[in-house]
Ligand binder design. Sequence first.
Ligand code: NAD
Length: 492
Amino acid sequence: MNSTSLPADFLPAHLWTNLLFTGTWEAGAVAVSPVVEPATDNLLGHIGNADAAQVAASANAASAAQSAWYQQPYDERSAVLRNAAQVAEQHFDAIVDWLVRESGSTRAKAAFETTLSIKVLHESAGLPSRSQGEVLPSTSGRLSLARRRPLGVVGVISPFNFPLYLAIRAVAPALATGNAVVLKPDPRTAVCGGFVIARLFELAGLPAGLLHVLPGGAEAGAALTSDPHVAMIQFTGSTGAGRKVGEAAGRHLKKVSLELGGKNSLIVLDDADLDLALANATWGVYLHQGQICMSTGRLLVQRGIYERFLERLVAKAKSLTVGDPATTNVDLGPLINAQQRDHAHRVVQAAQQAGARLDAGGGYDGLFFAPTVLSGVTRDNPAFNEEIFAPVAVVVPFDTDEEAIALANDTEYGLSAAVLSRDVGRALKLGERLRVGLLHINDQTVNDEVINPFGGVGASGNGASIGGPANWEEFTQWQWLTVKSDAPAYPL
Ligand code: NAD
């Protein structure tokens, strides 16, 4: 396969090759970088990259366009979001193809991601027509309103793993609530995480200048974070980069929302259904090769079923198929690049040196990492503590519910956790004491329904949430408005 086999009607290569999206497809890239298919190392094309000057120009243009957009009738803003959903539905297969080819997604994961993204557009289309605030009690003759107003320009910095969804979950509600957006996708997935979104909104009739898509690395991200025209940064990515973004945003007095890494526990209690526990664990650990912030990073299994569960998990891991998801129907595709693979390999080796047992996998072929099981992992083991972001099950035995709570909470992260048990009351009681932003009783750790608030505690974020009801808090700011028929005659 080569680039010509990608469907071109939605996103023809001549449109985006070496260009940036600033409302139109524009020259202005300072550097050009290859779009590489991780499964084959094939070249899919070339993207342009923005520098700090281009970021400044876009932030300026976005700021100039924003107030006219906010002043448009609310139903016209809704219509653009609805159109974008329709365009995405029409070009569903092309979008899935891009996710498969550029990000190494299996077709099932890519279809799931595209469906979630369309749902975000539909949900966002409903925001402009909702109540924008409250009427407050006040003195007689004075109308007092608390109303939500857009922030201005929102900078979105997004990662490679769910590139389309993790960008559009911010872009769509930010636009719907009257903001302009400058999106900096990860350069490894700039087409499906950036230009697909640009094209959706271009075809949907979004007025020019409101959405800018500028691929680039940390330098472009840092420029966005310090730009005076940008009111807020919505960042999704690693805790290390998130700390830098948070520091810079603080220095420039910007609102910042940080959705960061995780080390998420799936707790399997001894009364859990073993078949279901296996299915949940397999999904939580291996979906998208473990490259999800909510991936099950620790499988805590109660001693009474530990050996039986482990035996079946090892057999399951060995049975999973790995390969090019564009040409074969596989369970797992490639990791995104050699750096991620080498990181995972290093942790797996260090884990064994620290006393863990390797029961399956551990190796790789190119970017294809074998589904791996490490068992008998203890608290001082690097595999227990580090986010691996690869298909590695880290299996930890425990004896009591109290011990499971202590193990799950023994991390600086606090994104997602899940508990499996036939006794819902027992699972909930245990779950209540887990320090996480996302908690699932009788499910696994990877869950998002778009209409839920999504965010972590501790090193998984800065207390912000995105999605559903949280989008109002995320993308708007309160204004207190009072109105009197006549100004008061103050006595001073
Ligand atoms: P990353 O932090 O390396 O990159 C994320 C984005 O930040 C990219 O666009 C990158 O170019 C940009 N960036 C990097 N350094 C920057 C800087 N100094 N200033 C501004 N921008 C900068 O993360 P990644 O490797 O792409 O993604 C994996 C990580 O993201 C994992 O830790 C994962 O858990 C986390 N993640 C979190 C969520 C969530 O919602 N909580 C979702 C997905 C991924």
